[in-house]
Design a protein around this ligand. Structure first.
Ligand code: PMP
Length: 752
């Protein structure tokens, strides 16, 4: 009851009720809501830390000097009986403030008019603060201050969900690498530093007060706008639109510079991340209070929306709103096309009739230069998601340290190889590194030919294994296709065991045909060096090899000198959900495995995994050397991919989301007879379109692919008749992404 007595004695306030206000317990001052017997409210702050008291005195000085110039309320300190703002007591130093009446902005819906007024008031306040100086406040280093976002890096680890942690890591890295080094060029000033919606008072659609100057600091002026924006966006239904009113209101009163506006999105996002890191730390340390957790849910919602928003379009809207010309964001596609044709062969194709001019990508989203965001339902190279921070970090960390070749000893290759090989049957215990799936196929064939001393190869109809001379010679997709020169010497092509509309009705019939070919070769004294196939034929139109086919054929070849090669470039690394490798799906064990695409999430690393015997026989005196293969940077990238698959449980996600995807496609198939077949495993899916007369609906598949593009969804078509829609998205694809694809498909199917 000492507080009561002091308030009576020093302030002549007769207290009825005292309630402690839940603050950030990091601060050593305490805060109370006081109600007097006439039901008038006050805020009492009690300082016990001399540094905080010194800052509070500076705050008091500044507030009293700027208040007269403003037409809204700032916190008003009531002086004591000696006419002082601070009262030293045995309990600490007291400071009593009038409780400002009004509703908090957090309690109302956003409306453009009010947000514009908020922008204006923030600018008016900022104008006054810019004229103030305080060494003590300038010396402050608050982790909340966006310029010190690096203080929060250590807290990222407290975000327990790895799928959420990667979002914060990505944006914090972006701030550290792209924004922070440039910040020194921007305007500095004292700023309020915490214009959150609980610090803004409103009445009758007007801003009546701004409170809580406890986070005042010297920072970059634009950070004030970023902080206000961050909280308004968190409570908005339409954050990327609402924010424009606020920024415009600010800019009309205190003009922002073009360069400041350009980095505003990153700054807003960084502040959300700081807040999320803080909540995560508090949760982990069990010191979370309602106060500290208040922004958490809204923060995550906003961040998830953020990744779906093209950063160029947001920056462009901000510039347009403030009357700046933003032509640099308007790219000329025709010019880019011409430039490309000038320097490269037309044998390089572009997807879609009107190609997409890409700017950036993040996780399962891609952003073009015209402000659009695409859902990537197609790209299986960024396996763990585009621009995954763990992979980018691994690459840049190692690149700064050491990048060399396999003629030196270093740890990354051994460490990665051990981890990679732990995913294989023990017999497959040697790995060679190269830089593309093509180089891996090429090497696999060399290994097989060297081991067996034979030349002939068995390949699968429609198969594709690479762009080298050997790659083309073992790829019917190429040698049978446009510009191809037909079946080469030393190659036997086996029929694709396709149970939907293949040549035979049973897997056995395919096996028998293959065995007949092997026997025919035998009669001619030819023993194949290897049989190469994908477990699910990608270029054949996502066709899983008929159940039992591979098992029977492998059994037949067992004991012969024909090696079995599984090309896992498309399907490996957990994509199939139920299995980490495609050969496991067929319950077989190959002698050689080819790895590529997803292995480095886009970093060019590929490999051949094989047995001790095969690897040993290759060591015949001729050195195997690949300048880049197995270099430390590639190994670190590949390691980061495996770790991410594990940490984010992406194989499980591929299973769950993949099944959901397949089930939904099968539902569509029941409704629309043009869908002849839905097939695949996990996130490796094909939808085959077939006309009523049984012919391939090639033109229809093309239309649907282009329709999906218009709905900003990326897919592709493939198969011998190009009538199979392929979807093999990054493994972070989620069920709501699937819903979006299904909805778009449904709309198209309904129309036609
Ligand atoms: N094998 C398969 C099954 C492939 O799909 C590909 C590429 N599409 C390759 C090999 C060749 O890989 P890269 O393009 O990395 O040379």
């Amino acid at each position: 009851m000492i507080i009561k007595e002091i308030l009576q004695k020093e302030y002549a306030v007769s207290v009825k009720e005292i309630t402690e206000i839940d603050g950030d317990i990091n601060y050593s001052n305490r805060k109370y809501l006081i109600q007097d017997i006439d039901n008038i409210n006050y805020i009492l702050q009690i300082y016990s830390d001399p540094d905080e008291l010194a800052l509070a005195k500076e705050e008091e000085r500044i507030i009293s000097s700027i208040t007269p110039q403003l037409d809204f309320y700032l916190p008003e300190t009531i002086t004591n009986s000696h006419n002082n703002a601070f009262t030293p007591t045995g309990e600490g130093v007291f400071r009593l403030k009038r409780y400002l009446k009004g509703t908090f902005l957090s309690e109302t819906e956003n409306n453009p008019n009010l947000l514009s007024k908020l922008g204006k008031c923030a600018a008016l306040l900022q104008r006054e603060l810019s004229a103030q100086k305080s060494d003590k406040i300038s010396a402050r280093r608050l982790f909340w201050d966006i310029q010190y976002a690096n203080f929060s890096f250590d807290k990222i680890k407290y975000i327990s969900d790895p799928g959420l942690r990667k979002l914060v890591s990505y944006y914090m890295n972006l701030f550290r690498d792209n924004v922070l080094p440039e910040l020194y060029k921007y305007r500095r000033s004292l700023i309020h530093g915490d214009l959150n919606c609980d610090n803004i008072l409103i009445e009758n659609n007007r801003i009546t007060g701004i409170i809580d100057f406890g986070d005042m600091s010297e920072s970059y002026l634009i950070n004030e706008v970023a902080i206000a924006s961050c909280y308004v966006m968190m409570k908005a239904d339409n954050p990327f639109k609402d924010i424009l009113s606020l920024v415009q209101g600010f800019h009309n009163t205190l003009p922002l510079k073009k360069e400041e506006l350009k980095i505003l999105p990153e700054l807003i996002c960084t502040r959300i991340c700081i807040s999320l890191c803080n909540s995560a730390e508090k949760k982990a340390n069990k010191t979370a209070t309602d106060y500290t957790m208040v922004s958490e849910r809204d923060g995550w919602e906003l961040l998830k929306l953020w990744i779906e928003t093209n950063p160029l379009s947001f920056a462009q809207n901000l510039l347009d709103t403030c009357g700046f010309c933003s032509d640099e964001y308007k790219s000329d596609k025709a010019q880019a096309l011409e430039r490309r044709h000038n320097i490269s062969s037309r044998s390089l194709s572009l997807s879609y009739k009107s190609p997409i001019y890409m700017e950036a990508a993040l996780f399962q989203y891609m952003y073009d230069k015209h402000g659009n965001t695409y859902l990537d339902a197609y790209n299986n190279i960024p396996h763990v998601g585009h621009s995954h921070p763990r992979v980018s970090e691994a690459i840049s960390r190692q690149q700064r340290k050491l990048n060399t070749n396999t003629r030196y000893l270093y740890d990354s290759m051994a460490a990665y190889s051990e981890k990679l090989l732990s995913y294989f049957p023990t017999r497959l215990n040697k790995v060679f590194y190269v830089n593309s799936g093509s180089a891996a196929s090429d090497l696999a064939i060399r290994l097989a030919r060297n081991y067996s001393k034979n030349k002939h190869l068995l390949v699968m109809e429609h198969g594709y294994h690479g762009n080298t001379s050997t790659g083309i010679s073992i790829s019917p997709y190429k040698f049978d296709g446009k510009g191809g020169s037909g079946l080469p010497e030393n190659i036997s092509k086996l029929s694709l065991p396709n149970m939907y509309n293949g040549k035979f009705d049973t897997p056995d019939a395919y096996v028998n045909e293959a065995i007949a070919e092997i026997k025919r070769l035998e009669i001619n004294n030819i023993s194949p060096a290897a049989f190469i196939t994908e477990p699910i034929s990608g270029c054949g139109g996502q066709v899983p090899l008929a159940p039992g086919y591979l098992n029977s054929l492998y059994s037949y070849l067992e004991g012969s000198s024909t090696l079995k090669i599984s090309d896992e470039v498309q399907v490996g690394f957990g994509r199939l959900g139920s299995w980490f490798w495609g050969f496991e799906m067929h319950n077989v064990e190959p002698d050689i495995v080819i790895l590529g695409k997803p292995m480095g999430n886009g970093h060019p690393v590929a490999a051949v995994v094989t047995t001790n015997d095969i690897a040993d026989s290759f060591a015949n005196g001729m050195e195997f050397f690949s300048s880049f293969g197995g270099n430390p940077v590639s190994c670190e990238a590949a390691m980061a991919v495996l770790e991410t698959i594990e940490e984010e449980q992406l194989q499980k996600n591929a299973f769950e989301v993949g099944n959901y995807y397949l089930d939904n496609c099968k539902q569509l198939q029941l409704q629309y007879p043009i869908i002849g077949d839905v097939r695949g495993e996990g996130l490796f899916i094909g939808i085959e379109f077939t006309n009523p007369d049984g012919s391939p609906a090639t033109a229809y598949a093309d239309k649907i692919k282009n329709h999906l593009k218009e709905k900003f969804i990326l897919t592709s078509t493939d198969g011998p008749f190009d009538n199979v829609l392929k979807s093999k998205p990054p493994l972070c694809f989620n069920k709501s992404n699937v819903d979006r694809v299904i909805r778009a498909l449904d709309i198209f199917l309904k129309q036609k």
